[in-house]
Design a protein around this ligand. Structure first.
Ligand code: ATP
Ligand code: MG
Length: 322
């Protein structure tokens, strides 16, 4: 069985003149090597296709694969994560992870909050600041939290993302609007314990692998799983597998969210408790990072005694069943 691999390699884009911030969500060669080696060890023939442009050329050329293992993040626009899956879907080529429709929805954290609220899942109250004039319209109780509405890897999130007053709100919103050229999601600050839950499988077969609770060391930007904290997690954070009743409640909620949005094969759901200890979802990750050393989902698997190959095997077997 021949599996193509689609990805956005950081180095390719840096060579084209993209900035480090612009490529922050893209993958390193180490990640691609990890996936490729794992697929080979599982007995598959692999073909490194590359990014959407490379895929387009190959598709027009008539090339085919039995399946494509896709981790492309895309470069521009709110549907950027959906581009490669949409292309593959239209060429009737099987691809790993969620459909193009789910990927486009989940990249927009505001839309995702609206959709999941209709299912009854709790999330922090929010307002979308689309331009500077919107800042005056924010009518939420401080402390607040501000972040770009459609980024990952905690891009644009740092020690200043928690906001205590109007002045801070103005400064951070203006800064984020300018830097990321997209709406700023302003929401109630969730002050409680924070978890990311790892899930594998699809539909009725989806199951929780485990969770990590993010614990902050004194060296960290306290209480925020920020870009710098993630990049320096070994010195700043502690990842703990939480097994208490509250953590089980969080895992159950994550699985229900995963199924409601039709995430497939594997993913992560981020949940944080509010000041009354009620779990609120923050966001969902249908394309969770897969670096075998540093990404949350593989780390969640290792804590449960699973190996990287077990995770990749779960993903491919789940996709093959479609
Ligand atoms: N409303 C909030 N209240 C408190 N903290 C928040 C809130 N929203 C986000 N955070 C903090 O910021 C972190 C990153 O936010 P979020 O998960 O939305 O970003 P991301 O870039 O999509 O992350 P990922 O790397 O998982 O893709 C969260 O893990 C959490 O620590
Ligand atoms: Mg997150």
């Amino acid at each position: 069985m021949k599996i193509g691999i689609t990805y956005d390699l950081k180095d390719d884009y840096l060579k084209e003149g993209f900035t480090y911030d612009e490529v922050a969500e893209f993958d390193s060669l180490e990640t691609i090597d990890g996936i490729d080696n794992s697929l080979k060890e599982l007995g598959y023939e692999t073909d490194r296709i590359g990014n959407s442009k490379a895929l387009l050329k190959r598709l027009v050329n008539g090339d085919k694969w039995d399946m494509v293992f896709n981790i492309t993040e895309g470069s521009y626009g709110i549907a950027r994560e959906a581009l490669v899956p949409a292309l593959l879907e239209s060429f009737k080529i099987k691809t790993t992870f969620a459909s193009a429709a789910t990927l486009a929805l989940c990249l927009d954290k505001g839309m995702t909050k609206r959709v999941l609220s209709t299912y009854g899942f709790k999330t922090a109250p929010f307002y979308e600041v689309k331009c500077e004039a919107d800042i005056d319209k924010v009518n939420l109780k401080y402390p607040l939290f501000a972040k770009p509405i459609a980024e990952g890897t905690s891009k644009g999130i740092n020690g200043l993302s928690k906001i205590s007053n109007k002045q801070e709100l103005e400064t951070i919103c203006k800064d984020l609007l300018k830097k990321y050229n997209q709406p700023v999601l302003v929401e109630g600050y969730l002050s409680g314990r924070e978890f990311t839950v790892g899930i594998v499988g699809s539909g009725d077969k989806a199951k929780v692998v485990g969770n990590i609770e993010i614990k902050y060391k004194n060296t960290s930007e306290m209480g925020i799983y920020s870009f710098d904290n993630k990049a320096n997690y070994e010195s700043r954070l502690e990842y703990v597998y939480a097994e208490d009743l509250k953590a089980k409640e969080v895992e159950k909620m994550a699985l229900e969210i995963y199924k409601s949005l039709e995430l497939k094969d594997a993913g992560r759901v981020d949940i944080r408790l509010d000041d009354e200890d009620v779990p609120n979802f923050i966001e969902v990750n249908p394309l969770a990072g897969l670096n075998y050393k540093h990404s949350d989902l593989p780390i969640i698997c290792y804590k449960q005694g699973l190996k990287y190959n077990d995770l990749i095997n779960e993903i491919v077997m789940s996709a093959r069943e479609r």
